[in-house]
Design a protein around this ligand. Sequence first.
Ligand SMILES: *Cc1c(COP(=O)(O)O)cnc(C)c1O
Length: 461
Amino acid sequence: MRYVSTRGVAPVLGFGDTLLAGLAADGGLYVPEMWPTLAPGGVGDPGNYVATALEVMSPFVGGAIAPGAFADLVREAYATFESDEVTPLVDLGDGLHLLELFHGPTLAFKDVALQLVGRLFDHELGRRGERVTIVGATSGDTGSAAIDACRDRDSMDIVILHPADRVSEVQRRQMTTVQSANVHNVAVEGTFDDCQDLVKAMFADVAFRQRMRLSAVNSINWARVMAQVVYYVVAAERLGGRRAPIAFSVPTGNFGNAFAGHVARLMGLDIPQLVVASNSNDIVTRFFESGTMTLGEVVPTLSPSMDIQLSSNLERLLFELLDRDGAAVSALLDDFRATGTTVLDPVLHATLGDAWSGARFHDGEVMRCIADEADRSGVVLDPHSAVGLLAARRCRRDPSVPMVALATAHPAKFPDAVESATGVRPGLPERLGDLLDRPERCTRLPNDLAAIQAHVESCVA
Ligand SMILES: *Cc1c(COP(=O)(O)O)cnc(C)c1O
C-alpha cells in the first residue's frame, strides 16, 4: 500500500515512511492510495478484537511489517486493555448501545490508537537503527496516552509539556508517576497555548529539530486513524454482522475518530448514518449543516478533549469529497487560512446527504444527560461520552438500525463533573487505585524556549 498527500505535492510513501513522517512535506495529511475492501464474511471469529484488527489493518500495512511481527505488536497493544473484549458493548435498550473505548491504560479512547502506534514506531525505528525524541504539548488527556504508549521503548525519548497547575491532579499524576527513564515531563509556567507554541517553535528550529531528531505522534498520523477503523468493524460483527446496517454517534474534536468510521464505510461496512457530536465548540457540526467552515474562539467546556478550534482530520474528508484533487484541497484550505472561513460548493455539500448528521450540546445538557442516564440505566457516563449519547438519541433516523454511541473516556477521568451531576464520585479502576500515592517525576520550567530546549537536550543526552 502506498500513501498520497491530501495536498497532492508531497512524495508518495510506503507505510513505514508515512508512519514516521506524520504530516506530509506539503502540509497535507497522508491517506492510502486506495481503500481496501472488507470481506463480507470476515474471519472465523467475528467480534474478536485482535483477529479483526489484524484483518482490517493488514492491507494498510502492506508488506511493510512481516505478518508475524505485526500480529505480535497488535496482540501486545490490546493486551494492555482491562477488558478481554478490548472495547465492550453495553446495551442501553431500544437498539441503542454504548461502545466503551476507555479500558486502556490511561482510561481514554486515545489508548486504542496510541498503544499500537507507539509499538509501530518502535518497531520501524528499531529496524532502521534510528532513535527519535517525541515532543508534545497536552492539556491533560493526550499526554498521558502518549507517555504510556512510548514508555520503556528503546528507540525513543518522550518529552511532554503541560501547563503547570492547570491540569487536574489525576491527569498530572497519570503522566508524572510513570517511572521510565525515557519519559520526561515538563510543567511549563504558562497556559496550554504557551506549551503548544513552545512545541511549534522547537519544530520550527531546523537545527534543533534535526539534532534532537524531533518527532510527534499527533492526531493527524495516518496510523492512528487506521487503528480506529477496527472497532467500527468489531461493533458491527457483534451486532448483526458486517452486512447488517449500523449507525454510530461520535464525540468529536479533531475528527480523527469520526473519519475512521467513514473509512470503515468506504471499506464496505453498511453505515447509513454517522453522527458527529460536538460540545459548544461546533466547527464540524456547522460544516455538516451548512458546508461552511468558520474559525471560532475556543470555549472551555466540561469535555475538554473536544475543545478545539479546527478539526484537522476534516482535510481527509475534503480530499475524498473533492475527488482526491490535492490542488482543490489546497485552494480551499488556503482560503480558510487567509480569511478564517471557507464555503464548500453547495453541490458537493449536498452529496454529504443523509450519510452524516451533527448535533451540539452545551454543558447544562451534558450534566442532565449524565444524571438521567445514571438514574435510568445505572450507566455512569463521562462528559465526552454524554455528548455522544445525546447526539445518538437526537439524530437517530431509523429505529430498526442499531445505533452505537462511542464512549471515549472513563467517568473517573472527569470525577468533578460526574460527581456534581450524579452526587457520587466515580472511583478509579483497581489498577490505578494507588495513583495518588505514587511518587512523581516532573521538571518545572519557565515559559522560555531556550530553557525548554536546553532541558530537552539534557533529557536526550
Ligand atoms: C480526543 C478525544 C475526543 C475527540 O476525538 P477526535 O478523534 O479528536 O475527534 C473525544 N473524547 C475524548 C475523551 C478524547 O480524548
